[in-house]
Design a protein around this ligand. Structure first.
Ligand code: ADP
Ligand code: MG
Length: 233
């Protein structure tokens, strides 16, 4: 599937979160193909979510619908505080919406408890957190290999699989460094490598180029796009 994604623009389309609460704006990034569309990998339906603050609820998402099909790359854009991270956490099963349905690979995440959601996420989703969340006591390659260990692979095999990904994000030389010894851009790339290592069917990346200079940002976007294409989707 041909994907045309403009790099380095804030108006990529997808869902415009520039309003007070998130409302969907349909402008797909991917050129429609003549063949029938595959089932969505991720489906959000009528998602409502808010946060309790001082006895009151701050509404953040009000009736959001999102479909992401295999091979699609979707950008969620909007100003700070509009609910982008909230939406991604719900999409990846890190939290459950106040209302609405989240389906991941055909499974209803919103009907599961936290433990079952964690299993579904581990099998299918690579998450790049805005704040990275690398484990401070582990070096870079151990962090990147962690999703494979959690999926039951041996330490040796997990690190063998982590190496080419570290290479792809330009971090081979930092494999044995601790997160505290890395720059912001290096932490970002380590977090991206960890999200990609287990060949997830969905990558959720929260501002994955926020800490990178524009050249490195383009390289990282190219890497993410080529992984989607390389997966034969
Ligand atoms: P974005 O990622 O678009 O910057 P967020 O999803 O992080 O936005 O936040 C959306 C809104 O929800 C913001 O106003 C933020 O302050 C609020 N918010 C996010 N997380 C929490 C939380 N855990 N408790 C209370 N309010 C929160
Ligand atoms: Mg955010």
């Amino acid at each position: 599937m041909y994907i045309d994604i403009p790099v380095g623009r804030s108006d990529l389309g997808g869902w415009d979160m520039g309003t007070t609460a998130l409302t969907p704006r349909r402008r797909p990034l991917v050129a429609d193909q003549p063949r029938p569309k595959p089932e969505p990998m991720l489906q959000l339906r009528n998602i409502h979510h808010g946060y309790e603050l001082g006895g009151r609820t701050l509404p953040v998402l009000r009736g959001v619908d999102v479909d992401v099909r295999p091979g699609e790359i979707v950008a969620i854009v909007g100003r700070s505080g509009s609910g982008k991270s909230t939406l991604m956490h719900l999409a990846g099963g890190l939290a459950s919406p106040d209302q609405g349905d989240v389906r991941l690979g055909g499974q209803a995440l919103s009907a599961m408890g936290p433990r079952a959601r964690a299993v579904a996420r581990r099998r299918q989703v690579g998450f790049v957190f805005q704040a990275f969340h690398l484990l401070p006591g582990l070096d870079v390659i151990e962090n990147v290999a962690m999703p494979l260990l959690l999926n039951g692979e041996s330490r040796h095999r997990a690190q063998d699989r982590a190496r080419p990904i570290l290479d792809a994000v330009g971090l081979s030389e930092r494999a044995r460094h601790l997160p505290s010894e890395l720059s912001g851009g290096e932490l970002q790339r380590a977090a991206i490598a960890r999200a990609l290592v287990a060949d997830p069917s969905l990558v959720l990346a929260d501002e994955p180029t926020g800490n990178l200079d524009s050249t490195t940002a383009e390289e990282i976007i190219d890497l993410l796009v080529s992984r989607v294409r390389g997966a034969g989707l």
